[in-house]
Ligand binder design. Structure first.
Ligand code: ATP
Length: 459
């Protein structure tokens, strides 16, 4: 584990689980997430990310990339395409097996995935919402189809990828040859995946278009156990380091009946929200399944020759596969807090206790008054300098208390206030979001002070 991953945010104590509606409403109101095609009535399970959402998302992606690719000498990254040759999905088993079983209530018409129905409802064939009779189960393939080519009759049917990781197996040999990697080594990717989920919902939790991050780590079979345990621990610590409520995170081993036939074991990293304990990332023992299948279906041998021993074998794979969108959602659910009025804030406030690394806006620069030209120009000057280093917002609308609250609600870790003393001694007030404590700093000390607190350690 790196020094940086050890850092954790201060705990906020035992606060109640945040209702999903609060996050949906904040997301829309402040520009984190919008329903896609809203003016046409929207599309279930598809969302767009607004100005703050895209900053948060980029910060999440960048931190994952930094801690998985940049600091690990034996891991490299790729960016594969969404569309691949259709045979890929036959080899992976998705065309045949990527199905959900669905039942529909004959009374209220609600649909349920069989694997998510409570056992008693399944046994009694009863709708968990209205008690109505359930239909016979039907199979639904989750792959989204598309077509390549323009001439009718010659168009090739293929799929938008159902999981991002397949590109890694396809590019594995090219990476091996071009980057001079040797086993054990890993390939990472962040990318979109598409699934015709039969029950999309719960905001970003289950979407039809979403983003995944994967590590596929290639090992000699004799070292599988060691590397599986290594990545399981590292990924768990990684998630722990980015949340406030450590007690809401757990590692759950898969039951034997959940395991794929080639997997000796598997774990889910789960986070507890109003939806209960839910998967955030899966740690999978994939053995030689993927490279063997692609060797078989493509006729291209993907085995590896050890440069020293000359042993030839199909590498085994440890996979860590998580969701960018679930990270986005879980971080908001983890960080959101409504604070009652207190000595420090008479009106109470909503605060997003996001880690400063992830906060979409790092600093807000506020002149104490809008109608004093010197205050305004000094604040604008500071903002213009800071925005080259980090996301900075200038705000002079409304009284200072309201401006602080606006920033607290979007998780801005620092507010810099320019007041009359600034004009005399070139110092400003720096207010910190969580404890609302304030210090005075020289203007020229600001960049180093803020950078140290809002960026992870690149040294
Ligand atoms: P679930 O059991 O919740 O359907 P899964 O086991 O099918 O998930 P994987 O195929 O292992 O999920 O995908 C890896 C990660 O991708 C998941 O841990 C999750 O974070 C994310 N993910 C999967 N499906 C969705 C979805 N429909 N919307 C958003 N994120 C998803």
């Amino acid at each position: 584990m790196t020094q940086t991953e050890d850092k954790t945010i201060s705990s906020t104590g035992d606060t109640p689980l945040v209702p999903m509606e609060k996050i949906v409403s904040l997301s829309k109101r402040r520009g984190f997430v919008f329903p896609n095609s809203e003016i046409y009535g929207g599309v279930s399970g598809i969302y767009d990310f607004g100005p703050l959402g895209v900053e948060l998302r980029n910060n999440i992606r960048r931190y994952w990339w930094w801690s998985m690719v940049q600091i690990n000498d034996n891991v490299v990254g790729i960016e594969g395409n969404i569309i691949t040759h259709p045979r890929v999905w036959e080899a992976s088993g998705h065309v045949e097996n990527f199905v959900d079983q669905l039942v529909e209530c004959k009374n209220c018409k609600r649909r349920f995935r069989i694997d998510q129905l409570p056992v008693e409802n399944l046994e009694q064939n009863k709708c968990p919402v209205c008690g109505g009779e359930l239909s016979e189960p039907r199979l639904f393939n989750l792959m989204m189809e598309t077509y390549i080519g323009v001439v009718e009759g010659e168009r090739m049917k293929t799929y938008l990828r159902g999981e991002a990781c397949q590109n890694i197996y396809l590019d594995y040999e090219n990476v091996l040859k071009s980057s001079r990697m040797q086993i054990p080594f890993g390939i990472c990717q962040i990318g979109k995946a598409f699934r015709n989920e039969v029950t999309p919902g719960n905001f970003l939790f289950r979407q039809r278009e979403f983003e995944q991050w994967d590590l596929q780590f290639f090992v000699h079979p004799s070292e599988m156990e060691k590397w599986f345990d290594y990545w399981k621990e590292r990924r768990f610590e990684w998630y722990k380091s980015i949340i406030n409520h450590k007690d809401r995170l757990r590692l759950r081993p898969h039951d034997p009946d959940e395991l794929a036939h080639y997997a000796k074991k598997a774990f889910d990293i789960e986070y507890r929200t109003v939806l209960g304990w839910q998967e955030w990332e899966g740690i999978h023992w994939r053995q030689d399944w993927d490279l063997s299948r692609h060797s078989l279906y493509s006729g291209h041998d993907l085995s590896y020759t050890d440069p020293e021993t000359k042993e030839r074998y199909i590498p085994w794979i440890v996979e860590t596969s998580g969701g960018v969108d679930r990270t986005f959602l879980n971080l908001l659910l983890d960080a959101y807090e409504e604070e009652p009025p207190s000595g420090k804030d008479k009106e109470g406030r909503t605060v997003l206790r996001l880690h400063p690394w992830f906060a979409p806006v790092k600093v807000a620069v506020l002149p104490l008054q809008k109608n004093k030209e010197e205050l305004v120009t000094t604040a604008q000057d500071i903002h213009n300098r800071l925005k080259r280093l980090m996301v900075s917002q200038y705000d002079d609308v409304a009284n200072i208390g309201r401006r602080y609250r606006r920033q607290d609600e979007i998780g801005t870790p620092f507010c810099v206030t320019v007041d009359f003393q600034t004009l005399e001694d070139q110092t400003v007030t720096v207010r910190e979001r969580d404890g609302m404590s304030q210090i005075r700093l020289q203007i020229n000390e600001l960049p180093a002070y803020l950078l140290e607190r809002v960026t992870w350690n690149y040294s």
